[in-house]
Design a protein around this ligand. Structure first.
Ligand code: SF4
Length: 317
């Protein structure tokens, strides 16, 4: 096991994985996947936008940035009871983890109070809890941990080199600092990135190498395919070739063998066959539900049918 779990992956090592013949790459990824996981199990999370739109940040992919005219209206933080109703429904639909997302640069003290109450409520329903609220201070991370937060979702988005093409209002280092505060507070880390934003394969290798250098590796690694939203600067970006997406999943699985790799945003535009290849490449988590924050996601019925066709079953919490 010691040889599989490494934090010293170089860019060249990761680039060499990307360059493997496809079948060799998938075989290696699937072999490691079977070593650390039950290959029939898929962890299911549900993501709810608890505070939508009006974000001051300029992430070029995001319809919730106040800087882009995408038709997403700024809303207030949801009421506690409404969040708990959604969490109950997610549990009834088979989710084991409930993730709450707020379009903030960073939460204020009173926001953290409100989210802590939501975390306590969701936790009491028997669900794992996850939040994505922007940058966190040490104090905010500790308060969320004390409320029972299990996971914090904070992406690196892309490679350090390509990052400034995508966002200018916060630095890569600030993202790494938030991840360090989350880890120090004892909250599990959910961190990955987005591909298909116009980056090249070297950037995808740079993203995976940076994630794999985190020690410990993030417990959960979401790999998102860009959802091109009209009004955002990335609206007319050329779509990533599906096999390049599958390769990214496989390389993430090899570089971080014990992490749950999540097939995240962009599934709505993916064929069932591409998703099946992603599961073969080592993806073992999905977001379930009709929406991912503000963008569409496959209907739960379709997901259930696909899992059944592939002989997959939900991973217990
Ligand atoms: S990704 Fe998050 S931080 Fe960036 S604009 Fe969207 S809501 Fe704001």
């Amino acid at each position: 096991m010691a040889d599989d779990i490494r934090h010293d992956w170089t860019r060249a090592d990761i680039a060499a994985l990307f360059a493997l013949p496809f079948n060799e790459l998938i075989f290696r990824a699937q072999s490691l996947h079977r070593k650390y996981f039950d290959a029939r199990e898929v962890q299911i999370s549900t993501l709810l936008s608890i505070k939508t739109g009006g974000c001051p940040e300029d992430c070029a992919y995001c319809p919730q940035s106040a800087r882009y005219d995408t038709g997403v209206r700024a809303e207030k933080l949801m009421a506690l009871n409404a969040v708990l109703d959604e969490a109950r429904a997610a549990k009834a639909a088979g989710a084991s983890r409930f993730c709450m997302g707020a379009a903030w640069r960073e939460p204020k003290d009173r926001d953290v109070d409100s989210v802590c109450a939501m975390v306590e409520g969701v936790k009491s329903l028997g669900l794992e809890t996850c939040a994505t609220l922007g940058m966190l201070t040490k104090d905010h991370a500790k308060r969320l941990k004390n409320a029972g937060l299990d996971y914090y979702y904070h992406n690196l988005d892309t490679s350090p080199e390509f990052y400034s093409d995508i966002i200018t209002t916060r630095t890569y280092q600030e993202r790494l600092d938030t991840l360090a505060e989350v880890r120090a507070a004892g909250i599990a880390v959910c961190c990955g990135g987005i591909v298909g934003m116009g980056e090249d394969e070297a950037d995808r290798a740079g993203l995976i190498a940076t994630l794999a250098a985190l020690d410990p590796h993030p417990e959960s690694v979401p790999i998102n395919a860009l959802v091109r939203v009209a009004g955002t600067p990335l609206d007319d970006t050329a779509a990533l070739e599906p096999l390049d997406f599958v390769r990214t999943i496989a390389v993430a699985r090899i570089a971080m063998p014990k992490s749950v790799v999540r097939l995240s945003a962009g599934r709505e535009e993916m064929s069932d066959e591409t998703q099946a290849l992603c599961f073969l490449a080592g993806a073992n988590s999905i977001f379930y539900g009709p929406k991912l924050l503000t963008t569409p996601n496959p209907a739960a019925d379709h997901d259930r049918a696909l899992m059944e066709r592939l002989g997959l079953r939900p991973m217990p919490a």
